[in-house]
Design a protein around this ligand. Structure first.
Ligand code: HEC
Length: 261
């Protein structure tokens, strides 16, 4: 073992394997340490860095004649010495076989099942915690609408919408704001059929308050850019923007009396 560790060929091999493992598997573990999501290293980056490490090691190995001779030793012995015949034979089959397999694997047509369709309107939870307070969503009505404060609420809602929502959901509430094409999934239109017109206000409240991060599992796998507005808006501001949305879209919310499909 000790003679292996002291030999430039094996030292080089160990450093290459370690460097590859650190780049490929170690680095993705760093972001979680500071509270960020883990991110895989792109394969092209892994390739570039590994090649850089290999070139660096070859420069090191060949920078000294004695070390270079020692480095070449195992390679020469494998290629030339009669007692390495068996290993040589195995590698002669294995290496071209591996190249053939990788080539085949990259060019073969792959018929993967389409990703499961995401549920655009997943079932809401029966209750949520809004800024530390429990809020039962079932049968919850818009308090501002119930109090008959729609005009005032609509004016507040308009300000809230243009200050916060327009860049994504659009001036026309069609989901085509300036930033819309930058997101996948794209912001949903709030106007037209199949939109908020078929939702209760409490559902819309939940979606605005909890955003993409609050989506249940059937909303996955996709990364919604919809922010969790409870961090920035008060409950009244959210109820107000909801009134503005329905007014602008020219539709009324689904009421709790209707039969749920
Ligand atoms: C950074 C872009 C962005 C901003 C800003 C944004 N949204 Fe969204 N919103 C999205 C995306 C993307 C979706 C679709 C994915 C999803 O459902 O989470 C969405 C979905 C929604 C939905 C769900 C609609 C449905 O049919 O289920 C509502 C309601 C909504 N947004 C309201 C708002 C309101 C109100 C604001 C402003 C207070 C706002 N959004 C600001 C990106 C944004």
């Amino acid at each position: 073992m000790k003679s292996y560790l002291g030999h430039p060929f094996w030292q080089t091999t160990i450093v290459i394997v370690t460097a590859f493992a650190v780049i490929r598997f170690g680095i993705p573990y760093l972001p979680p340490l500071i509270g960020l999501a883990s991110a895989p290293v792109p394969s092209t980056v892994v390739f570039q860095y590994t090649v850089t490490v290999i070139v660096g090691l070859l420069v090191w190995a060949s920078s000294n004649e004695e070390r270079w001779q020692a480095f070449k030793g195992p390679i020469w012995s494998l290629l030339v010495r009669p007692e390495q015949r068996v290993l040589r034979g195995i590698l002669l089959v294995l290496i071209p076989g591996l190249v053939a397999f990788i080539t085949y694997d990259t060019v073969r047509p792959k018929f993967a099942a389409p990703p499961t369709l995401r549920s655009i309107h997943p079932a809401p939870p029966s209750q949520i915690t809004f800024r530390g307070e429990t809020m039962v969503l079932d049968r919850l009505e818009n308090p501002l609408r119930a109090a008959g404060r729609t005009d005032e609420a609509s004016a507040t809602g308009k300000t809230v919408y243009y200050q916060n929502c327009m860049p994504c959901h659009g001036d026309y509430l069609d989901g085509l704001g300036h930033f819309a094409t930058g997101f996948s999934p794209q912001p949903l239109p709030l106007r037209g059929g199949g939109t908020i017109a078929q939702l209760t206000e409490s559902f819309v409240f939940w979606r605005i308050a909890k955003g993409g991060p609050g989506l249940p599992r059937e909303g996955a796998p996709w990364n919604s850019a919809m922010p969790a507005w409870e961090e920035f808006l008060t409950a009244d501001e959210i109820w107000a923007v909801i009134i503005f949305l329905y007014q602008q879209a020219g539709v009324s919310p689904r009421t709790w009396g209707e039969v749920v499909e």
